[in-house]
Design a protein. Sequence first.
Length: 749
Amino acid sequence: MDYLEGLNPPQRQAVEQTEGPVMIIAGAGSGKTRVLTYRIAHLIYSKGVDAFNILSLTFTNKAAAEMKHRIEQVVGLEARNTWMGTFHSTFAKILRVEADRLGYPSNFTIYDTDDSKSLIRTIVKEKRLDDKVYKPNTVLARISGAKNRLISWQTYQNDPYIKADDETAMKPKIGEIYKTYQERLFKAGAMDFDDLLFNTNVLFRDHLDVLNKYQQRFKYVMVDEFQDTNLSQYLITKKLAAVHQNICVVGDDAQSIYAFRGADIQNILNFEKDYPDLFVVKLEQNYRSTKTIVEAANSIISKNKAQLKKNVWTQNENGDLIELIKAASDNEEGRLVASTIFEERNNKKLNNSDFAILYRTNSQSRAMEEALRKMNIPYKIVGGLSFYQRKEIKDLMAYMRFTVNPADEEAFKRVINYPKRGIGDTSVEKMMIAAYEHDIPLWEVVTNGSSFLAGRAANSVDDFATMIKSFKLEVERKDAFEAATSIAKQSGLLRELYEDKTIEGLNRYENVQELLNAIKEYVDNPENEDKSLGAFLQEIALLTDNDRDKDQSDAVTLMTIHSSKGLEFRQVFVVGMEEDLFPSQMMMQSREDLEEERRLFYVATTRAMEKLYLTYALSRYRFGRLLNCEQSRFLEEVDSTYVKVNKRMSSAIASSFRDYGSEGKSGFIGLKKPAMRTGTTAKIHTPSPDFKPSNTNNLQEGQKVEHPKFGFGDVMKIETEGANRKASIKFDNFGEKTLLLSFAKLRIL
Ligand code: ATP
Ligand code: MG
């Protein structure tokens, strides 16, 4: 029983109250997750409950794994038998067993967001709808919202309010798309993420024997981060617990940050109504953070009107004051954060993993990543791709790469038909094969599209070539920023992203802007002599290569505030504390929006155990321009007795940083050569030492020739005269190939 000694009285009460409905509403860091963990251990260890009968729903699979690990320390391997995971992973498991009840195969596929969007794109095309109006993201968001509120396509089509909504939004066909989308998923034996919850609800509604089976099985049901469940999730939980009524939910209304995805704080209030004999536990003692951090966080959340009364306190020491760091620019902000981590780590003998950098939007990671790389501080990005790995960034970089180096095949594949210009995969393949077989650069095939392709694809390739040629001229005449900006615009890439008005779409658009900002800063930096696009690309390629070699086990964590929920770090930096960035410009439609942003700020500050830094920049490159920024209103909401302004001379830090910068560059070894692509198993021919291409104007059938790659062969046939004159040649080792004589290098023997 000694494990219970690690709990304070109300925590212990919550752990020991195993029967009946329990709700723990408590502040950040007060041990909610700890209570759940101990509760499960207690059930198994002291109450003799079979681990198979316990279901625990967490926010991430990682959190579940951690809990399991801790329970294992008390009860041993038996812990592994508890059902523990996210809503999605848990119910996917149940759906696999019960799939036939819903007419699905048990090995149904789960579509990820890309699959879903691609399906919607196809449906929009088939229905001959305008894909500018019915953007996959927008349509999917609408369908997803409906599913999370358990609105089937049938209900969707018959509901006059929804109909009116869609008509006002000038998207009256969403109901129709929703229907076809579901039919196609079903036909493909596939479910999307929302279906996993939606179909579980259907399963439990229509198949009472199945519901009963799981009700009997899960004698104890627990939910962490209850404030962020949506209706669909809530109903599943409630149904499962209906027989035994042993349901325990833990949450913090002050940390509800997913309203935009359908999470409903009402669930907390409804819970009291749904279970009149509810046992409510309040936990108010914070064990995570210093007094300074706890009280500062209280001062922040007290500005919200909509909240349950809580008085969070701690016995922990006062600790350091919160440090406010003001930087001249976003890059300097990155440098100051990196150098502070560097100093703190050395002075206090901390690990890299003791630090986290939290931001409001993913695009802010770029300046941080660059500063950390330059100081050789290992970092990892959680819940998001590294800036330069994101698709939209890769796409624009691919345009730049292909413009600068048209032999770059990977870049070519990315951009040739994106944004869509009617060049299908077969055409792309044909061009790549042609380049290989004629032993000519890909670029030569692209600039002679009509020689290798027919019809519409040929015209599109010609247009593409003209566009790239104009980019080449820009790259020759202009600096990297000007050239990159016009590539982003003229390629249609920026427009494609701009027109997507969903949150993810705006994010991608911002990311591309952020890349342009980085190029602008590169150009503006007097240390960079070569301001060409080629030089910039080289610099970036080296940065990413350095990064890959790093051991990631002890690394600074970079993530959005949203994904930091439930976690804790010794030192936390909340960066970009500026108006329009945090609170986000996009979330300022109403008081509710502002309050959700404030809860997000509360979540961010309460991740810190020992030290919290709030940083902002006076200027930031956004939309390709250096904009002046105003400090966030949230900074004024933090009680100033807990804050000190960082007095360090930022320029001194900047110069010490420059030293690290040059050190980092001493490892320069130049760009790696791209690997050879052969594409065939036959051994490539080595041309004879005296190989010199002959004039093939008079090439005849029956002649013997040598090709630099395919070796020796016989001319079988000559077809089509003029510019498109071709020869079919039977090579000794490579079989018969048709080559365009104006391109093929052949030596007549
Ligand atoms: P959040 O709201 O951020 O999810 P939480 O309420 O789930 O926080 P926990 O993560 O469970 O809080 O606990 C915060 C920290 O305090 C953890 O490091 C935990 O081990 C510690 N802690 C909680 N309760 C106690 C206790 N009674 N004695 C010692 N440490 C405790
Ligand atoms: Mg928690």
